[in-house]
Every structure is written in C-alpha cells, then in structure tokens.
Design a protein around this ligand. Structure first.
Ligand SMILES: [Fe+2]
Length: 231
C-alpha cells in the first residue's frame, strides 16, 4: 500500500479489502470504528479549489471496486442535487456540521424527504439511488470523508451519477462529480429537467445562491428568480 497514506486511511482500506461482501451496515460499522485524524488528512485538503467548482473534491484512493475521497467545504460550498450512479454501498464521515437534503425521485420528479444537519462524528450511508444535496451553511470550513464501493463492478463505481440542475432545467450524468454549474467536460449525457415543484426550487435556490453570487453569475441568479416566480 502507498506509503504516503495516513494510518487512518490505510486502516480503512485494509478493513474494506478484507471483506468478501460489503453492505451499508458493514461499511458504517467499519467507518465508525476508525479514529480519523483531521490533521493527518491535511495533504488531501482542497480548500483552494477553483471558484467555479462548488466544493473541494480530492481522490485519496481508488481500488477499482471502491474509492475514497476527501471533500472540503468553505462556508457556502454546496453540491448540486445528485445520486451516486453504480455505487452499491458507501458512507460519509462528517468532521463538522454539514447541511443536508434528502430527496425522493419518481420519474424525475423530486420531493424533499428530509432537511437536516449532520453533526460532527456522524456516519451517513450512501448508495447509488440515494438522491441528496450537501454543503456548508456554517461560518467555518469543514471536511467530509466519502467511501463509494461496489460488490460487482471492478472500476468507476460512481459512474452514471445523475445530477439535477434546476437552474439550467437539465439533468446530466457524470463519473461522480456533483458540482453546481457543472463543467461541460465532466458531463457524460444530458436531458431536459422540467416539472420541478415550487417548494423544492425555493429551498434549493436559497442554498445554492451564495455560489452564484460569489461567482458573480448575475444571469443565472436572474433566471433562478424568474423561474421561481413562474413555477
Ligand atoms: Fe453524494
């Protein structure tokens, strides 16, 4: 195993490698038992991410059948609404309080199931069809550690992640990135996104507005307002 990896990440990889079959209960148990060190993860911080990327995303390890990423969140950093493609099992460890929305999706129509804040120390489960959004509504930087895996695929476990972009009336797929205002180079496919419920829109726009404000994207902000007023 790579020498440069901190002990907590090596322990996580060894534990996951030892299992024949992993489900979300097992991965949560494994993540919960490891003592993660924020200090040791500093080499993977990506707080200097480009302004047009809506959060910091750094790959730590990709084994083929699972991968580990560190996400870094300035105040106002958010993902788009997204799912996790082919991911069959996974988990997130929260080093700080993160804002979270859980959605239900039926025929590309979205409704909010849960609005909450995941506290520091919490482990949350992730699988492919889980549709959510997360970010930092607080006033200081936070980090989260993410594991995505599969019992059947040997590569690209989070490929075919679906990203919902109400402000552009589009649904796109990616290899796993869930940035707001997704760069075209990361998009695998796209289709129209219509029929968005007013309450979902209002909540979503209130969360992602700081991203568009800091990028001075007045056109998108205006479109969001117009769209909200006509839906
Ligand atoms: Fe996610």
């Amino acid at each position: 195993m790579k020498e440069y990896l901190p002990n907590c990440i090596r322990n996580l990889i060894v534990e996951l490698d030892h299992q024949n079959h992993i489900d979300n209960n097992l991965v949560s148990e494994i993540i919960s038992e490891i003592k993660f060190s924020e200090e040791a993860l500093k080499p993977f911080f990506h707080f200097d991410h480009p302004k047009n990327e809506s959060y910091g995303r750094k790959l730590i390890w990709d084994n083929g059948d699972f991968k580990i990423l560190l996400m870094t969140w300035h105040p106002g950093d958010f993902t788009a609404i997204h799912n996790h493609g082919y991911t069959e099992w996974g988990g997130v460890y929260f080093f700080g309080d993160a804002t979270h929305r859980l959605y239900d999706v039926e025929n590309d129509e979205i409704s909010i199931v849960q609005k909450n804040v995941f506290p520091q120390g919490q482990v949350a489960s992730i699988c492919g069809d889980l549709t959510h959004l997360m970010g930092n509504s607080g006033d200081h930087d936070i980090i989260t550690l993410h594991v995505y895996g599969s019992n059947t695929r040997k590569e690209n476990v989070s490929e075919d992640a679906k990203i919902y972009m109400p402000e552009f009336q589009k649904i796109v797929t990616t290899m796993g990135s869930a940035y707001l205002n997704m760069d075209k180079a990361l998009i695998l496919s796209e289709k129209p996104f219509e029929n968005i419920e007013h309450g979902v829109l209002a909540d979503y726009f209130s969360l992602v507005k700081p991203f568009y404000e800091r990028n001075k994207m007045a056109g998108v902000l205006k479109r969001m307002d117009n769209y909200l007023n006509h839906n």
